[in-house]
Design a protein around this ligand. Structure first.
Ligand code: NAP
Ligand code: MG
Length: 410
C-alpha cells in the first residue's frame, strides 16, 4: 500500500513521562506505517525546556500560528518537587498556559463514546462538548478580607481622570469583597471560537450565564454573543441546519441533564471549570476525552485532557508492565491529521484519521482495553486488560483486517 502524502507539516509538540512513551508508540505502530508523516518537531519535554530556557515552548506556539494545526503531548508543569527532580534552573510556567496566551482561544472538551462504557446519565446518547472561556472572572479577581465596619465602593478612573463611584456595601462588621473583570475583546474572541467550532463540527451551540441577576456583567456576555451571531454566523448556521440557543445557567443545567447530548455547551470561565468536571466524570474518564484549543483566527491545537501519568511512568521505569490508556493521545493525533486533511484538501488523510478512530473504538468494544476502563466496563464482551502498546497493536490488527465487504469480494 502506498503511504498517504501530506502537504503542510503538523506542528508536533512532544512531552513528558508515560505520555512521551505512548506518543512514540502511536507514531511507530499506527501513523508511520500508513502516512508519510510530515511534522515540524518541537521537544517540549521538561529537559529540553530547561536547555532552551523555555524558548522551545514559545517557538512551538509561533509555529502553531504559522501552520495552523498542532498536536501536543501532555507535559509536566513544574512544581517545587519537579525543580528538584529535574534540577531546573527555575520553575518554568505551564506550557499550556504559555501556548494559550500566544494563541488566545477557547478549549473544547468532548468525551469519546464507546458502547459498553455508559454515561452515568442514562439518556446521554451523544457527546456533550464543553467550551470553556479561559480568561478573567474569578481567576483574575482582586479580593479583600474586610476587617470591620466601613464602606466598600466600586471606583473606576478613566484614562482622562474622570471618576465613577458606586457603593457596594455599607459593612457593619467583618466580611469579604471581590472585584472581577473581563474584556470585550476576550469575550468576542470566545464567541467567535464557539460559533466557528459549532460550524466545523455541525453541532448546536448552547450558551448560558446568569444575566437576570448580573445585569451588567453577565448581560454583556449575552449581548456580545447575540451580536456576533447576528453579524457573522446566523446565515451560516441556518445553511448548516444548526441552532444557537441562549438560556440561563440554571435552566441549562436542567436541560443538559435531561438531554440526549450531541451539542456544544459554552460556559463562562468558572461555570466551564465546574461543569467540565461534572460532564467528564459522568461520561467516564479523562483518558476518554478529546481536547482542542481553537483560536479566533482559526488555529488548532489538539491535546489529551489528562497529564503525563507520572505514577505509571515510575512503575514503567522499574520494569513493570503498565496499562496506560493511549486513547486521548491517539485522538489528539487523529484530530490534528483530520483537520490538516480538511485544510489541505486531502480527503484520504481525513478519512484515514476517522478510520483509525473507529478501529480504536471497535477494539474497546471487542473487549480489549487498558486497566482504567475494565472497572467501568458494562459491555457484552468479556474485558481483557492489556498494556498501552498491546492495545495499539490490537488497533493495528483491526486496521489491517479486511472489512466485511472486502471479504465478500475475496
Ligand atoms: P494525570 O497524569 O492525569 O494522572 C492522574 C491519574 O489518573 C493517574 O495516576 C492514573 O490513575 C489516571 N490516569 C490519567 N491518565 C490516564 C491514562 N491515560 N490511562 C490510565 N490512567 C490514567 O495527572 P497528575 O498525576 O496529577 O499529573 C502528572 C503530571 O502531568 C504533572 O506533572 C502535571 O503537571 C502534568 N499535567 C499535564 C497536563 C497537560 O499537559 N495537558 C494536564 C494535567 C497534568 P491510576 O494511577 O490510579 O492508574
Ligand atoms: Mg477544574
Amino acid at each position: 500500500m502506498d503511504k498517504l502524502q501530506m502537504k503542510t507539516p503538523l506542528v508536533e509538540m512532544d512531552g513528558d513521562e508515560m505520555t512521551r512513551i505512548l506518543w512514540q508508540q502511536i507514531k511507530e505502530e499506527l501513523l508511520e506505517p500508513y502516512i508519510d508523516l510530515k511534522t515540524e518537531y518541537y521537544d517540549l519535554g521538561l529537559p529540553h525546556r530547561e536547555e532552551t530556557g523555555d524558548q522551545v515552548t514559545i517557538d512551538a506556539a509561533q509555529a502553531n500560528k504559522k501552520y495552523g494545526v498542532a498536536v501536543k503531548c501532555a507535559t509536566i508543569t513544574p512544581n517545587a518537587q519537579r525543580v528538584e527532580e529535574y534540577k531546573l534552573s527555575q520553575m518554568w510556567k505551564s506550557p499550556n498556559g504559555t501556548i494559550r496566551a500566544i494563541l488566545d482561544g477557547t478549549v473544547f472538551r468532548a468525551p469519546i463514546m464507546v458502547k459498553g462504557l455508559n454515561p452515568v446519565v442514562k439518556n446521554w446518547q451523544a457527546p456533550i462538548t464543553i467550551a470553556r472561556h479561559a480568561f478573567g472572572d474569578v481567576y483574575k479577581a482582586a479580593e479583600y478580607k474586610v476587617p470591620g465596619p466601613g464602606k466598600a465602593e466600586l471606583v473606576f478612573t478613566a484614562s482622562d481622570g474622570a471618576e465613577t463611584r458606586q457603593t457596594i456595601h455599607q459593612f457593619d462588621g467583618p466580611g469579604v469583597l471581590q472585584g472581577q473583570f473581563n474584556m470585550e475583546a476576550s469575550i468576542t474572541s470566545f464567541a467567535h471560537s464557539c460559533f466557528q467550532f459549532a460550524l466545523d463540527t455541525r453541532q448546536d451551540l448552547w450558551f448560558s450565564t446568569k444575566d437576570t441577576i448580573s445585569k451588567q456583567y453577565d448581560h454583556t456576555f449575552k449581548d456580545i454573543f447575540a451580536a456576533v451571531y447576528e453579524e457573522d454566523y446566523k446565515a451560516k448556521f441556518e445553511q448548516t441546519g444548526i441552532t444557537y440557543f441562549y438560556t440561563l445557567i440554571d435552566d441549562a443545567v436542567a436541560r443538559v441533564i435531561r438531554s440526549k447530548g450531541g451539542f456544544i455547551w459554552a460556559c463562562k470561565n468558572y461555570d466551564g471549570d465546574v461543569m467540565s468536571d461534572m460532564v467528564s466524570t459522568a461520561f467516564g474518564s479523562l483518558a476518554m476525552m478529546t481536547s482542542v484549543l481553537v483560536s479566533p483566527d482559526g488555529n488548532y491545537e489538539y491535546e489529551a485532557a489528562h497529564g503525563t501519568v507520572t505514577q505509571h511512568y515510575y512503575r514503567h521505569l522499574k520494569g513493570e508492565q503498565v496499562s496506560t490508556n493511549p486513547m486521548a493521545t491517539l485522538f489528539a493525533w487523529t484530530g490534528a491529521l483530520a483537520k490538516r486533511g480538511e485544510l489541505d484538501g486531502l480527503p484520504e488523510l481525513t478519512a484515514f484519521a476517522r478510520k483509525l478512530e473507529k478501529a480504536a473504538i471497535d477494539t474497546i468494544e471487542s473487549g480489549v482495553m487498558t486497566g482504567d476502563l475494565v472497572g467501568l466496563w458494562e459491555g457484552a464482551a468479556k474485558p481483557r486488560k492489556v498494556t498501552g502498546l498491546e492495545f495499539l497493536r490490537a488497533i493495528r490488527e483491526r486496521l489491517c483486517a479486511p472489512t466485511k465487504t472486502e471479504v465478500k469480494h475475496l
